[in-house]
Design a protein around this ligand. Structure first.
Ligand code: NAP
Ligand code: COA
Length: 268
């Protein structure tokens, strides 16, 4: 099935690697104008060059740390000035590392909440005046941690649960203006930084596979396809939803892989 987003303006914050870069690539392949943003100028430049090389209609990039609302606002304003109102906003910048609640520093916990939750808020708040009314869509990239408790993930669980509640509340506040807001929850997506950090060994990877009823890891394309659908004419009455693309991972609950991940941390 082919989507055609020719002329549409799509912003992917955190779109310079992994899953989010995959989302940016998929939107670009539908004819959309795509802007990506992250902290590293090098990653932004590399993504912009790669999207252009793959034939994207129009590409922009800007550097910002989502923890800094001024940087986010300035970057989004530049895109708006160049291309006009936004059809789609994908907010997916995140930070993660395994650490126990009692052992990490207050700054470590705050760092993840600042990137994932405050960052998502800054992105949404700054983009809000620029969203097309009616007919635009916001997608926040969440995680299973938002509704499944995992050891060594208290900071991420707290932050991503907050992201999903932001999704649900803003879907209510912005619905009458024709702005839809949804969360997309990737399962275990292979070849990503998130997997490197949470599934660093083969035994842990195997445990995740056992916890995933469909018995395979996901790909960035799996997640991107859901984002394309949510931004399409097929989804114009879908808002306020938390939608997983996880091979049914959620049905087995938290599983045990993270117990294995946390084991060495208890001994430290
Ligand atoms: P990733 O490759 O590390 O992607 C994170 C992106 O966010 C990068 O572009 C990074 O670029 C940017 N970023 C990080 N901190 C930032 C900050 N403070 N300000 C601005 N940009 C920032 O990770 P990934 O594994 O693909 O994960 C992508 C998303 O999917 C995340 O929201 C994650 O929670 C979610 N997710 C992933 C998995 C998985 O299996 N990987 C599972 C569930 C959910 P810079 O370094 O240049 O800033
Ligand atoms: N265990 C415990 N604490 C850790 C940690 C770990 N593995 N990694 C970082 N921290 C702590 C640091 O020690 C610091 O706390 P302190 O000041 O009390 O020492 C705090 O977290 C902030 O670390 P810092 O390196 O200064 O943060 P940063 O802003 O440069 O980077 C991170 C943010 C830590 C989230 C970094 O891992 C990152 O940039 N991640 C983005 C990519 C990513 O996580 N992708 C996966 C997405 S699922």
């Amino acid at each position: 099935m082919k989507f055609d987003f020719t002329g549409k303006v799509v912003i992917v914050v955190g779109g310079t690697s992994g899953i989010n870069r995959g989302i940016a690539e998929h939107f670009a392949a539908t004819g959309a104008k795509v802007a990506v943003a992250s902290r590293s100028q090098e990653k932004v430049d590399d993504t912009v060059a790669s999207l252009k090389q793959k034939g994207a209609a129009d590409v922009m990039g800007f550097v910002c740390d989502v923890r800094n609302p001024d940087e986010v606002e300035e970057g989004l304003a530049k895109v708006h000035q160049a291309w006009g109102d936004f059809d789609s906003l994908v907010s997916g910048a995140a930070g993660n590392f395994p650490a126990l609640a009692s052992k990490m520093s207050a700054n470590a916990f705050r760092t993840v909440v600042d990137i994932d939750l405050m960052g998502t808020y800054h992105v949404m708040r700054s983009a809000y005046p620029f969203m097309k009314r009616p007919g635009s869509s916001v997608i926040n990239i969440s995680a299973p941690q938002a509704y499944l408790p995992y050891e060594a993930q208290s900071h991420v669980c707290a932050a991503k649960a907050g992201v999903d509640m932001l999704t649900r509340t803003t879907a209510m506040e912005w619905g009458s203006e024709g702005i839809r807001v949804n969360s997309v929850v990737p399962g275990a997506i292979d070849g990503t930084e998130g997997m490197k950090r949470l599934a660093p060994t083969e035994p842990i990877r195997q445990m995740i596979l056992e916890d995933t009823p469909m018995q395979r890891f996901g790909t960035p394309a799996d997640v991107a396809n859901l984002c394309l659908f949510l931004n399409s004419e097929l989804a114009t009455f879908i808002s306020g939803q938390i939608i997983a693309v996880d091979g049914a991972l959620y049905q087995r609950g938290s599983g045990t892989f993270n117990r294995k991940l946390a084991e060495p941390l208890y001994k430290m």
